[in-house]
Design a protein around this ligand. Structure first.
Ligand SMILES: [Zn+2]
Length: 126
């Protein structure tokens, strides 16, 4: 009576033990592999960031701290070098077209008749 119940239960337990051992090993991520992923992700984010006219180092850090997502952020980020620009009439600083005040001298800026082409476009023509 008792022996009939034990045999299937015992076999069931062994199967569960075998499965949990098999799945536990690949679940633990090697720290070296993780660091390698961070560095590769950082390099990609930095490369994309520099191509869009931003700082290589800043995007490398973002890509390394937030792997994969940092690269996606670099791809989606709207870089200032792609914006139209205008020049401050007081101090001559080139600022983004949407700025209402000069970031250097504080002069109120009107919407210009002729905008300066984006930095990225100017670089591509050279
Ligand atoms: Zn100014």
């Amino acid at each position: 009576m008792v022996a009939h119940g034990i045999r299937p239960a015992y076999g069931h337990l062994v199967n569960i033990g075998g499965r949990s051992l098999a799945t536990a090993a690949p679940a633990t991520l090697d720290p070296v592999v993780y660091i390698a992923i961070c560095l590769v992700s950082g390099a990609w984010a930095g490369f994309i960031g520099r191509a869009k006219g931003s700082s290589w180092f800043i995007w490398f850090v973002i890509g390394a701290v937030v792997p994969i997502l940092g690269v996606v952020a670099a791809l989606l980020y709207r870089f200032e070098s792609e914006e139209l620009r205008k020049q401050c009439p007081t101090c001559g600083k080139v600022v983004p077209l949407y700025d209402a005040l000069c970031t250097r001298c504080g002069t109120e800026l009107d919407f210009p008749e002729v905008a300066i082409e984006p930095e990225a476009a100017a670089r591509a023509q050279r």
